[in-house]
Design a protein around this ligand. Structure first.
Ligand code: ADP
Ligand code: MG
Length: 272
């Protein structure tokens, strides 16, 4: 009974720094633990002088993340999956996912360290995230947690979407058949718009911004919101009106950027 009450993190010990871990015939050396919570540990590691990330999914976490990630790997804006394995390590059964390492970490940490992105960089990142979402949605996967912590930075001109442990299956929602885009897909695109705002402003806007943002009806409202929040220099009225459209209550009215690629409804595929 005692062990039943203990959390997985206390039952399964973490890999010590400097230890060697075998993942599917590959050997990686643990450099350090960079993130952990009750369901996950994320280690920075090296394999033959190449930087890697080793993600350990603790008991109770969603094991589908590994196969989802593998199925999506291959797009230039999706973090590359290298391998995954469920096996015994030090007498404990562990599920390990090996992937490429993003030198600048996640986008939230990068923006906190280096400040807001330049306008063109922010829009470029937005396009890259939307392109990754179009790719995964056409395969039937919704991401479910698009925000700066799940976007990984490889340089000022390259970011990739990662962390596939949250989303659902687009075809579970019968509305995907009747609308050009299903609500969970539209919510992912809204997450990309949230991320764009974060990159342009350099932090999350305060609740007072969101209240007025959601009430924007015309260009004058957008103009005065930008003036009052001191954001005129980083976002134009046209840009704010476009971003606002991603939050339309009717998801079918929301914009679908061209870089998202063809909609399922325009493709001659039978996904059922
Ligand atoms: N490929 C990666 N490159 C660099 N840092 C990473 C990478 N993957 C994860 N991290 C770091 O670990 C944190 C948690 O990883 P994530 O996969 O989002 O796990 P969780 O499921 O706990 O949210 C990230 O926010 C980031 O700081
Ligand atoms: Mg995450």
């Amino acid at each position: 009974m005692e062990s039943y009450r203990r959390s997985p993190t206390s039952i399964v010990p973490r890999f010590p720094d400097g230890s060697t871990v075998k993942v599917d015939r590959r050997e990686v050396i643990i450099v350090k633990l960079i993130a952990s919570d009750w369901k996950t540990r994320v280690y920075r590691a090296v394999e033959c002088n190449e930087d890697r990330i080793l993600k350990e999914l603790l008991p109770g976490n969603n094991p589908d993340e590994c196969s989802r990630h593998e199925a999506l790997s291959g797009h230039p804006n999706i973090v590359r999956h290298i391998t995954h394995l469920r096996g015994n390590h030090d007498g404990h059964r562990r599920l390990l996912l090996l992937m490429e390492y993003a030198p600048f970490g996640d986008l939230r940490d990068a923006v906190r360290e280096f400040g807001p992105l330049r306008r063109q960089e922010a829009w470029n990142f937005f396009s890259q995230i939307v392109s990754a979402l179009g790719y995964m949605h056409r395969k039937g996967y919704a991401h479910g947690a698009v925000h700066p912590r799940n976007v990984f930075v490889f340089g000022s001109d390259l970011c990739k979407l990662g962390d596939f442990g949250n989303g659902g299956w687009v075809y579970d929602d019968p509305r995907h058949k009747y609308h050009k885009i299903a609500p969970i897909e539209s919510t992912d695109l809204q997450g990309a718009a949230d991320t764009l705002l974060f990159c342009l402003i350099g932090c999350w806007p305060p609740p007072s911004f969101w209240e007025r943002f959601m009430e924007i009806e015309n260009e004058a409202d957008a103009h005065w919101l930008l003036v009052d929040c001191g954001l005129k220099a980083v976002i134009s009225v046209d840009e704010l009106m476009y971003i606002r459209a991603f939050y339309d209550l009717r998801f079918t009215n929301r914009p679908i950027p061209e870089v998202y690629g063809p909609l399922r409804s325009s493709m001659e595929c039978d996904y059922d």
